[in-house]
Design a protein. Structure first.
Length: 559
């Protein structure tokens, strides 16, 4: 598209935003740039390019002392980059169709300030698409600090942090549910309920949150009490997020009404969210939420262990490099060919992707599992059945931090909600339980085990699938059944490993004691002695684990 045609479109955009449109070129400026009007007293220029072009042209204009707005259409993608010349780093990529993106709506509310510089600064803030993520992180961090300080000091710091993070996680999750109109078809449901609760001088945690979480969202409509039914048409979400956590059963913790008022004001009223993919309008997305959670999740532990946020582009690159050889080997194709087919898989590759299991042994907040979901699902609109199959049967994760496990579950549930966008409330299906797939534990310290037998794997998969579909008392019984199945599988594997070690030790000892060709006994080599010591140590570890299983003091690792 030519610069003149783009300039005409940008001039029309300025006019719709309330500015004055014009099309003369900027005197003395590069032919790449045309002036298209004035907005809020600031000159506006038009060009064609990408984000790097936006920054370069904005810097050139700034060096000439020109303060204004620069609009640059991307040559191949339907977005335009908008940046104040004073702050080209914060270029906002705005979708073209409809011109109804949040940054443009914010820009339309800008009024001339006392100086062009002040107006340009206000425009920079309105167009800052990363501001939502930074603001949400700062809000979560402040609210966590406030909650931890308000809770009793007798409760361990780690428990206070995990309990507080769980409460805020539930609120943010419901903000996404509310944004789709799934809370009584009311986009301001949560704020209105809190206002009504405070107006009646009731405690929000006891009178609103507990009935909403544990009596409404966690129960089918037919089993809800009269108080729960008074909330209106609320979906049955299940999934484990809205049932009492072990920390809540162990500690009867309570936060004052002032804290909940601040939490609702900052997380519900001021936070704009969306489940849409590739949203470029400044609203908080599930991907952005993952980065926020990485920042507020046990900061001291993250610093000590070297935990850091992995950018989505790097996640997808690593997953592609890891899974391409697997697909190529299974399908008998060259890796180079499979790599080019990942974005447009044929039926055979698509079936292979849906039948591939991915385990993240240090899951964090779930970035790699969410990326694996996108890769294994394949291109095109998200299918609810396909997403449900992948997150319940094909994606597994382990982490030492229980908070990380819960946050990974949250992100996978949000991906399933994405696949159900546009679904009426009465047709929403409950979220699956992910306790069987996302586990708390140390994936690096479990003893080496042989592969499980096919019947054993089949029994475990059946038990895991039953847990994913269960709720209420049935869920607790199926979790116990899964635990028994895992204990049996773990015991069988440990006993087989014990037999392997016994045979290896016996063979090594007999080999050392046997006579040589000359009838004497060969001296024990140092390598054989070291291997025998290692085998005995592994055998003691296996026996110790078997005793713990017999005593009922250990559960099986994630299968």
């Amino acid at each position: 598209m030519s610069t003149e045609v783009v300039a005409a479109e940008h001039a029309a955009l300025m006019h719709r935003l309330g500015g004055a449109a014009c099309l003369p070129p900027v005197p003395g400026a590069s032919s790449e740039v045309l002036e298209v009007g004035r907005f809020a007293g600031l000159p506006c220029w038009s060009a064609v390019g990408d984000a790097s072009v936006t920054r370069r042209l904005a810097q050139q204009l700034t060096r000439r002392g020109a303060i204004g707005l620069l609009l640059v259409d991307h040559p191949t993608h339907p977005v335009r980059f908008v940046a104040p010349t004073i702050d080209p780093i914060r270029a906002s990529a705005v979708p073209c169709p409809g011109d109804d993106a949040l940054p443009l709506r914010r820009l339309a509310r800008i009024r001339p300030a006392e100086s062009p510089l002040a107006t340009a600064i206000a425009c920079a803030a309105a167009l800052d698409v990363d501001a939502a993520g930074r603001q949400t992180f700062a809000t979560m961090h402040d609210l966590l600090d406030t909650a931890i300080a308000a809770l009793p000091a007798r409760v361990p710091m780690a428990s206070r942090h995990a309990w507080s993070l769980l409460q805020l996680t539930r609120l943010l999750f419901l903000r996404f549910v509310e944004s789709e109109g799934w809370l009584d078809q009311n986009p301001t449901f949560l704020a209105e309920q809190f206002d009504d609760c405070l107006a009646r001088r009731r405690d929000p945690q006891r009178a609103l949150l507990a009935p909403l979480f544990f009596g409404t969202l966690n129960r089918p409509p037919a089993l809800r009490s009269r108080l729960a039914r008074a909330f209106g048409r609320i979906p049955f979400l299940n999934g484990g997020l809205f049932e009492p956590h072990a920390l809540e059963r162990r500690h009867a913790l309570h936060l004052p009404a002032t804290f909940w008022r601040d939490a609702v004001e900052s997380l519900i009223l001021r936070t704009e969210v969306t489940l849409a993919h590739d949203q470029l309008d400044g609203r908080v997305t599930p991907e952005m939420l993952g980065r926020v959670f990485e920042g507020v999740m046990a900061p001291e532990e993250r610093k000590r262990d070297g935990t850091f946020f992995t950018p989505p582009a790097l996640v997808m690159a690593v997953l592609g490099e890891a899974l391409t050889p697997h697909f190529a080997h299974r399908l008998g194709r060259r890796e180079a060919i499979v790599r080019t087919q990942l974005d447009d898989p044929d039926p055979a590759l698509q079936a292979m992707m849906l039948d591939t299991t991915v385990l993240d042994p240090a899951v964090g907040s779930g970035a790699f599992l969410v990326g694996a979901l996108a890769l294994l699902h394949g291109p095109g609109p998200r299918s609810r059945r396909r997403v449900h199959h992948l997150i319940t049967r094909r994606l597994c994760g382990v982490d030492r931090n229980p908070a990380a496990v819960r946050l990974t579950e949250l992100r996978l549930w949000l991906e399933l909600l994405r696949a159900m966008r546009g679904t009426p409330i009465h047709r929403l299906t409950p979220l699956p339980n992910l306790q069987a797939a996302i586990r708390a534990g140390d994936a690096l310290l479990d003893p080496e085990l042989p592969a499980l037998s096919t019947p054993c794997v089949r029994r475990l998969r059946t038990a895991q699938a039953r847990v994913a579909r269960a709720h209420g008392p049935e869920k607790r019984e199926r979790l116990r059944m899964l635990q028994r199945a895992e204990d049996a599988a773990f015991r069988d594997a440990m006993e087989e490993r014990e037999g392997q070690l016994d045979r290896a030790i016996r063979e090594l000892v007999l080999a050392q004691r046997g006579p040589t060709l000359f009838g004497d006994t060969a001296p024990i080599r140092r390598a054989d002695r070291d291997r025998l010591v290692a085998l005995h140590e592994a055998h003691r570890t296996v026996r110790r684990e078997l005793r713990r299983i017999a005593n009922g003091t250990v559960g099986a690792p994630c299968a």
